[in-house]
Design a binder for this molecule. Structure first.
Ligand code: AHR
Length: 496
């Protein structure tokens, strides 16, 4: 018999607002994310663009209402010297991208190009500054260059380079993965370095309201979070980052699109770890900041597999299947349910790298299953969380099991309620019962993302193989909404 799961939504108690910034993205100088991705540059091309930025990518990301975009890294950020990326392009020095494929870049995509692109996208920039190989002065100068509206050496230089108004960048990362590619620092050492950088990030009017985000832990390194919380005075910090990737095994990641159900199950285990990770990092933060003033910022997350055959191993180009849709749906539900502390997150990465929402091949562009989940979940942006309880069932593989169903619910400003439900079970459909008093069938609508196989994906030849459809498999019976979730599916319901 088909197993049943019930989801009880607490419509009475008001949860926190789910910050739209949980739905943020990440664009590093890595492989084909910026160059030959977002940016086609000034050269002659048949790809329609605005100041070198692809119009099709801008339109697709606007549809996702991306709230913020992190740049220029990642590991690249701690090698990046922003002054090399301003001024006349022909005079800009080159940079060798030492972390990602050793390619030589011409610095044609720099601060102006990125911040203007953010204006085009209608998104908030999130800049990660160079701490690993930069200086405090270089960082402070960058802030003055982009944020100071008055007269100052850096704002004057910005004007000379053609930009009158400051961009008022709010989100600033102080280095990236300081425990690794950002300088191989200890937590103690980084805490001191952070204090020094943060001192010169504030203190002048145009920087009021900026958010200073410390480079955070890798997955379960709770000591890192604890040390930072203990050693950095609250007045100097607004957020602590966390990075977690769903990787089967760093030495044997497996193909992105040809995988067994066993491999799929391990990926789901890794993705589900996010629940424990955010819970425990939040516990540590609560100890030092019971009022919840400092945010948890999961500024890198997603699935990581072997690169596609024949592509540069340093470019991290991978396909994106229904497995990735499951990671996205489940992870975003986890973030929503922890919206009291998780205020921002960034999927790695937006275009052509890791769990991308967009893949390009010359003038062609496809939207991945992850894109569709992100689009379906836009209803949760800045909506009020409604806590829920799931009377769950297990997805079992061998001796291991995982909760088959994940869900989150919210109410938007117009009073519409949304419930996102994910069934990660690769072969079982489940009947879900949601008590909802007084609701009529005509008040409910929904969308479903499902496909025949967990390996299904979109290609440049068949770009809409995986796409959301209207969800019809529900009824209302005795005060319950009853729905059937197909195997490996994401459903978002709207209740008017
Ligand atoms: O997203 C790819 C890389 O993963 C980033 O550059 C780094 O921060 C992380 O290790």
């Amino acid at each position: 018999a088909q197993k049943e799961v019930s989801i009880k939504i607490d419509t009475e108690s008001k949860g926190p607002v789910i910050s739209k910034h949980i739905y943020g993205h990440f664009a590093e100088h890595l492989g084909r994310c910026i160059y030959d991705g977002f940016y086609v540059g000034d050269k002659e091309t048949k790809i329609p663009n605005t100041d070198g930025v692809r119009n099709d990518i801008v339109a697709a990301l606007k549809e996702l209402q991306i709230p913020n975009l992190r740049w220029p890294g990642g590991c690249f950020a701690d090698t990046y010297h922003w002054k090399d990326g301003i001024g006349p392009k022909e005079e800009r020095p080159t940079i060798v991208n030492r972390w990602w494929g050793d390619v030589t870049e011409d610095n044609s995509f720099g601060t102006h190009e990125f911040l203007n692109m953010c204006e085009l996208l209608g998104t908030a920039p999130y800049l990660s500054g160079n701490v690993g190989s930069g200086t405090v002065q270089e960082f402070a100068d960058w802030m003055q260059y982009v944020n100071n509206d008055g007269v100052s050496p850096m704002s004057d230089l910005r004007r000379e380079n053609g930009r009158e108004d400051a961009w008022n960048v709010k989100y600033w990362g102080v280095g990236n993965e300081a425990w690794g590619c950002g300088g191989n620092m200890t937590a103690d050492y980084y805490a001191n370095v952070y204090r020094q950088y943060a001192t010169y990030m504030g203190g002048w009017t145009s920087n009021e309201g900026i958010q200073k985000i410390a480079s955070g832990a890798s997955s379960g390194d709770y000591d890192w979070t604890e040390t930072l919380m203990k050693k950095i005075p609250a007045r100097l910090i607004d957020g602590i980052a966390l990075h977690h990737y769903s990787v089967i095994d760093w030495d044997n990641k497996g193909s992105a699109s040809e995988f067994s159900e066993e491999q799929y199950f391990i990926t789901m285990q890794r993705a589900y770890e996010m629940e424990e990770l955010v819970t425990k990092h939040i516990e540590v933060m609560d100890k030092y900041d019971p009022e919840g003033k400092i945010d948890l910022v999961v500024d890198e997350w997603g699935g990581w597999y072997d690169v596609e055959e024949g592509t540069n191993p340093g470019f991290l180009f991978q396909q994106n299947t229904m497995r990735d849709a499951m990671i996205a749906g489940m992870t975003l539900n986890i973030f929503n349910n922890h919206a009291n502390r998780v205020k921002m997150a960034n999927l790695a990465q937006a275009v052509n790298v890791l769990q991308a929402v967009i893949l390009t091949d010359e003038e062609k562009m496809i939207l991945t299953p992850t894109y569709h989940v992100m689009r379906m979940y836009t209803v949760h942006h800045d909506a009020t969380l409604m806590p829920l309880e799931i009377n769950n069932t297990s997805y079992v593989k061998g001796d291991a099991e995982l909760p088959a169903i994940s869900a989150s619910a919210s109410e938007d400003l117009d009073g519409k309620k949304h419930l996102s439900i994910v069934n990660i079970d690769a072969s079982q459909s489940y009947k879900i019962r949601v008590p909802f008093s007084g609701v009529k069938k005509s008040q409910i609508s929904g969308e479903v993302l499902a496909s025949g196989k967990i390996q299904d994906h979109n290609t440049f030849e068949i770009p809409s193989h995986v796409a959301p459809e209207e969800f019809k498999d529900f009824k209302v019976k005795e005060g319950n909404v009853e729905l059937t979730l197909p195997p490996a599916s994401v459903v978002v319901l709207e209740i008017q």
